[in-house]
Design a protein around this ligand. Structure first.
Ligand SMILES: NC(=O)c1ccc[n+]([C@@H]2O[C@H](COP(=O)([O-])OP(=O)(O)OC[C@H]3O[C@@H](n4cnc5c(N)ncnc54)[C@H](OP(=O)(O)O)[C@@H]3O)[C@@H](O)[C@H]2O)c1
Length: 260
């Protein structure tokens, strides 16, 4: 299937590893002109065929500066994928152990980064009749089941996406939310990630935690989500073939969410 992305300009945040890197690779494979951004340029991003621009998106000015640098070098953006997120506020604590600074830090990375990138990119996206994909999480639908600041920030992102789709739909801009379940990225696999921390807290090996994570999370497919599975959905949403897909949230969760 030709997704008709050849020559389209895509800006992907969170592009140095994990889901964002897989999105970069999928869009490059479809012939898009991809700009991948993160605070660091990983070897994988450097080798991906994308252009890399570094930015700290958890700062008030970082998102706007990234969009302006992208447009200055590559022209208006057709596809914006807001994937930067996670951070060290994904650890599990009790409510009273999360202070204001941590709530702010979590929202800066998981909500305001996307909001500010959208604010800077929307004028160009209107000109291009473009698309925004915000990467949320199943945690937005399960706020009790995980780190509350992170899940709350993702729920805000999902709601924001819906509102944005409604406000800009008649100007030709589509907005979609993609919500992955637990996905095999460094968040889970790295020795300093949440997976290793959870394993230590449970007194089991990191390997055992990863082997049991799908079942423990209620993933009916029995397997963690792979970053490439999220990326192929994002690539399809970016296509003109998906012109009627806007305003909705798409789960890639192996059946984790049980409600309709
Ligand atoms: N993995 C999962 O199980 C899962 C499930 C549901 C939703 N998600 C969401 O999917 C997205 C990607 O997750 P992932 O698992 O691929 O995470 P990851 O492997 O930790 O990658 C996060 C990406 O965001 C970038 N980033 C972090 N802080 C940043 C900052 N301040 N400014 C700019 N870029 C920053 C990182 O690059 P640098 O460190 O180089 O800046 C990296 O490229 C996140 O929004 C996450 O919340 C993940």
């Amino acid at each position: 299937m030709d997704l008709q992305l050849t020559g389209r300009t895509a800006l992907v945040t969170g592009a140095s590893r994990g889901i964002g890197l897989a999105v970069v690779q999928a869009l490059v494979a479809e012939g898009a002109n991809v700009i991948g951004s993160a605070r660091t340029v990983s070897p994988e991003l450097a080798d991906s065929g994308a252009h890399a621009i570094t930015a700290d998106l958890a700062t008030p000015d970082g998102p706007g500066e990234l969009v302006h640098a992208t447009v200055a070098a590559h022209g208006d953006i057709d596809v914006l994928v807001n994937c930067a997120g996670g951070g060290d506020a994904t650890d599990l604590r009790a409510f009273f152990d999360y202070d204001d600074a941590l709530w702010h830090k979590t929202f800066d990375l998981n909500f305001y980064s996307a909001l500010r990138t959208c604010r800077a990119a929307i004028p160009g996206l209107i000109r291009r009749h473009g698309l925004i994909v915000n990467i949320s999480s199943v945690g937005a639908r399960l706020p009790h089941n995980g780190p509350v600041p992170y899940n709350t920030a993702k729920a805000a992102l999902t709601a924001f996406s819906k509102a944005l789709a409604e406000e800009y739909g008649d100007q030709g801009v589509r907005v979609a939310t993609v919500a992955p379940g637990p996905t095999r990225t460094p968040v889970w696999t790295a020795p300093d990630g949440i997976g290793a921390a959870l394993a230590a807290a449970q007194g089991i090996s990191h390997d055992d935690l990863l082997a049991g994570l799908a079942a423990a999370s209620g993933i009916r497919s029995g397997q963690l989500v792979e970053p490439e599975q999220v990326a192929s959905l994002v690539a399809y949403l970016a296509s003109p073939l998906a012109a009627s897909m806007t305003g909705q949230e798409y789960l890639v969760d192996g059946g984790l969410i049980k409600t309709i």
